[in-house]
Ligand binder design. Structure first.
Ligand code: SF4
Length: 647
């Protein structure tokens, strides 16, 4: 099977289409999915493009294994310039955002399009229907401003069939709220990259895809063998009964530490938002097309003002953390706010944290309570109204819709002062390192060009795993285990160094379309993905080559952001992590992976130094060297002039 990736180009300026193919040599170097997506974006968009400009292409890529039977391989990646303001001087980073899918990825592959690139900007709202080789541009004035992500999906499925894949934006995207998302197949989101606002700027309400040709596999029997191994691991997983019952909520025992905001005692949080409380609204667990875990849910609010309201997604962590931050004890009120945010395509994490910051400053008399269109106070009705104003950019909502750095300018404060989780490159983190400890995932909030929580999952995401388990994972990355983990005199994880390999593994996963939940629970290993890739493509890649590709892809993402002016000074260690959290559970300080030592700024700086050394980057600039770009063949892919490697 040739490794050629087919690309559908959709030109919204002229309502026209074109096609291209990625040469197999480039695919061999990039694998597919988000890897090729970065290449497509980087070779067609100029640096410093405004994220709202028509020239900010949106590249949607299905992973190399997406749509196959390989468990958890259903991911699609979007690449674009993020609309979120990342720096005080107004820079934006190039981001890739990853979502699962029930239909969308499978349909893209079934239509034999590995990538869909949206160029330009339509004059009027429309949606694009792709049915195999047929593309239609359909007016969407009837959907714009009137339908949310769920109701919009429902209308589109009614119109074009229940089996289509849908990617839809809501009012937040239409109104260019900078931290807005696109929703895929009702319950999955392309978040943290401004995808909703980019689609809104393009006047693109939705992308609807149907593919009827199936997904080609070079060695079906080989794929069945490796898929069965993963299924066997899932079935033998001792936590599966809890997970099958609760979806993502099955992670409460870990989550209650990693996302603890430090305001309530744990027993109060358990009582208000714990597993038993979750079951009251959970209607059923939902899963991506090939998933044997299932982490999404359909919920129905059982009682109260919003009784009967139905929603889709993963409201668990959002409502629990948001509830504690905002001081809302009624889980159903918070689930309702999640539903409103999902329908609008608003990033709930960012919104709750920004609102908590703003409201608390009002409480403390540091910001005026009387704001345009509303008197701000710490009450649920006020939150409901503030969310609506943010989504529609009304009054003070038009400021909140701009995100952390513009809000900080408006109130005259530094966003680094915010007391929960931490902020880097204009983006709030999901986990607070003081509660979650320092491990490769939390550390990558500093090093990753796009700080995010997804994808960098590995066994070490849960703090304190026994060294022998972690060693097994490291071994297949082809690096010295002694270098990354020590056992005596006490266990010690070399987090700075190890972050490089978890980031590389994440890039491989994004290229293949593989979910990061499986490795977090030790249910699937890199050699399984390798066997699956070889079975699907007919290639004979080695594990070393696979990991080397991860390194190439991470350097590609990094280089696209170096082009935007990002340097070592943008990889900031959050001040917050150095300020112990005063909580009802006691004082919680940032500690090492095994919880033995409190970490200082010097410790974190030393980890950062080790990270750059492991990457082979210039530690002063925090950038890849020209020799490295040449060695990774990125000069050949991107052009010697662009990478500065012509000499
Ligand atoms: S664990 Fe969740 S995101 Fe991952 S493949 Fe399964 S349903 Fe999709």
């Amino acid at each position: 099977l040739p490794l050629t990736n087919r690309v559908l180009h959709i030109d919204l300026n002229h309502l026209a289409t074109d096609t291209s193919e990625i040469p197999s040599e480039a695919v061999r170097l990039l694998l597919g999915g988000g890897g090729v997506g970065l290449y497509l974006w980087g070779t067609s968009v100029r640096p410093e493009v405004d994220p709202f400009a028509p020239e900010n292409d949106l590249v949607i890529s299905a992973g190399a294994l997406t749509g196959t039977i390989m468990p958890g391989c259903a991911k699609v990646t979007a690449v674009c310039k993020n609309t979120v303001v990342a720096t005080d001087d107004g820079r934006h980073y190039v981001a890739c955002s990853v979502a699962g899918s029930r239909d969308f990825g499978q349909m893209m592959k079934g239509a034999r399009w590995d990538h869909i690139v949206i160029h330009g900007q339509s004059e009027r709202p429309l949606y694009v229907l792709v049915e195999d080789d047929e593309v239609q541009f359909i007016p969407a004035e009837h959907l714009w401003g009137t339908t949310g992500t769920e109701s919009g999906s429902a209308v589109l499925r009614e119109q074009h069939g229940a089996d289509v894949g849908t990617m839809v934006i809501g009012a937040a995207g239409e109104n260019r709220v900078r931290f807005s998302m696109a929703v895929v197949d009702l319950s999955h989101s392309l978040g943290r990259a401004g995808v909703g606002a980019v689609m809104g700027a393009k006047n693109l309400k939705a992308l609807v895809v149907r593919g009827t040709q199936g997904v080609p596999v070079a060695d079906p029997a080989g794929l069945v063998t490796v898929a069965q191994k993963t299924v066997t691991n899932v079935k033998a997983w001792d936590h599966l009964p809890v997970w099958s019952r609760l979806g993502m909520g099955g992670g409460w025992s870990t989550f209650r530490y990693t996302q603890y905001p430090g305001k309530w005692p744990m027993d109060r949080w358990d009582r208000l938002y714990g597993e038993e409380k979750r079951l009251e609204s959970l209607e059923k667990v939902l899963a991506c097309s090939s998933c044997h875990l299932g982490c999404r849910v359909k919920w129905r609010i059982p009682d109260g003002t919003h009784a009967g309201e139905v929603g889709y997604g993963s409201p668990y962590g959002k409502s629990a953390t948001g509830g504690q931050l905002l001081g809302i004890e009624d889980i159903n009120q918070m689930i309702h706010l999640v539903a409103v945010a999902n329908a609008a395509g608003l990033d709930f994490y960012t919104w709750t944290r920004l609102t908590d910051w703003f409201t608390t400053l009002v409480d403390r008399g540091l910001v005026d309570a009387d704001q345009p269109g509303i008197r701000v106070e710490r009450t649920y009705p006020c939150y409901e109204q503030l969310m609506d104003m943010t989504i529609h950019r009304e009054g003070i909502g038009s400021v909140l819709a701009e995100g952390w750095i513009p809000v900080a300018e408006y109130i005259g404060r530094d966003p680094q002062e915010y007391w929960y989780a931490g902020i880097n490159k204009g983006t709030d983190f999901i986990y607070d390192a003081r509660s979650a400890r320092i491990h490769p995932l939390t550390f990558s909030f500093i090093t990753n060009p796009r700080p995010h929580h997804g994808g960098t999952h590995s066994l070490s995401t849960a703090a304190g795993k026994p060294p022998e388990q972690i060693r097994e994972q490291i071994e297949e990355w082809g690096v010295s285990t002694e270098m990354l983990i020590e056992e005596s005199p006490e266990p010690k994880l070399q987090v700075g160094r190890m972050t490089k390999y978890t980031e590389d593994a994440m890039m491989v996963r994004n290229a293949l379309g593989a979910c990061s939940m499986y490795p977090a629970f030790g249910l699937e290993r890199m050699h399984h993905l390798l066997a699956a890739f070889n079975a699907v493509s007919g290639e004979d890649l080695s594990l070393d080559q696979l990991m080397a590709t991860g390194d190439r892809l991470f350097n590609l993402l990094k280089w696209l952001n170096v082009r935007e002016g990002f340097r070592r000074e943008d990889d900031r260690i959050p001040e917050l992590w150095l300020r112990p959290m005063e909580s009802p559970e006691g004082v919680i300080a940032t500690r090492d992976y095994y919880g033995q030592h409190e970490l200082s700024r010097a410790d974190l700086e030393a980890m950062l130094e080790q990270y750059y050394v492991e990457r082979g980057w210039n530690p002063e600039s925090g950038c890849p060297t020209r020799a490295q770009l040449r060695a990774l063949k990125l000069d050949r892919l991107l052009g010697a002039k662009q990478t500065g490697t012509e000499k």
